[in-house]
Design a protein around this ligand. Sequence first.
Ligand code: NAD
Length: 362
Amino acid sequence: MNTERRNFLKTAGLLATSAVFSPNTLLHATKAPKTKLGVALVGLGYYSTDLIAPSLLKTEHCELKGIVTGTPSKIETWQKKYGLKDSNIYNYQNYDKIADNPEIDVIYVILPPSMHREYTVRGANTGKHIWCEKPMAPSVKDCQAMIEACEKNKVKLAIGYRCQHDPNIQEVMKVAKERPFGKVKLINSAAGYFDARTNHWKQNKALGGGVMGDMGVYALQGARLAAGEEPISVLARASTTRPDIYHEVEETMMFELEFPGGALAACQSSFGINMNHLQVNYEKGWLKMEPQSGYGNNKGSISNGTIINYPLASQQPKQMDEDALSILNNKPMLVPGEEGLRDIKVVEAIYKSARTNSLVKI
Ligand code: NAD
């Protein structure tokens, strides 16, 4: 039994005893409830180093307490910068020992996608809550295993879709829900950037590379959130202009989605093209966002004259604070594992369609 569970049972036992014998004992026996959660980052690459760790300093309800790394040379820098204790530094082998660390409440998995399942399942087995980066995992089977592991261990699971915490994107979702301009007719959703790197896991199939899991899920999220429903069929085409770099995985993925209400979406994602926009055409109007999946600069307009431009310096502190509050208040996560799974179901269909050059029903 891990320490957290032991502590929980101890506290529960105290509560039961005190409630019967003396309410005053209860006041002294129970600790003040936590208002901040200790977070351990797994994987110290670009996103952890440049975005998540600095953003944790801006949160109210989180604290960077630990790291899990396979690169010992990074440890000193991280310890100096974030004041991390020796006892809160882990590697991929002793990772499971986080179970015994009461300072860590949440494990944030920020590794290549093919590693998300293992580190989420092992993390959930430590009894800690899990935040996992997008794409949730390479396959539906992996996503289901991750959800099951978190359910079995009674811990919460959130996927790092920061845009769903952004009031600008929430405005797109609100229009999809309330439909003030009638049905959605056509969506155009694009997300891509020119990646000049020539030797990275994003070009490696076994590690979960390929543009679809990286930028493609932003194009897909744009379409799904704007439609407000799940696609029923897809027609996709994968391509590359740099076969020397992108020979295992696609550099570009274009895909068309069909939604049950009749809406169609034309989506593009690429590691070779800088683009980031969403256009939604309704029966009686339109909505445009550009960019649609930036870190803090998403903005747009609606045909009725509304400007969508809520100021938000960056999404990550808001995402982590909201996820921390969901844990502290035992509320559902805004972006649970099931939402990551919804995308991966479509992603699997997109790959099948591109492979077979045919329309795939979802
Ligand atoms: P990165 O390559 O910069 O970092 C990956 C980390 O994983 C490194 O610390 C590396 O040492 C470690 N690692 C362990 N085993 C590895 C292996 N076998 N091969 C390669 N690296 C290995 O990647 P990143 O850009 O930080 O992306 C990590 C995750 O974060 C991905 O899931 C990515 O999609 C996600 N991400 C999300 C956002 C966002 O806006 N939500 C932005 C960037 C990245």
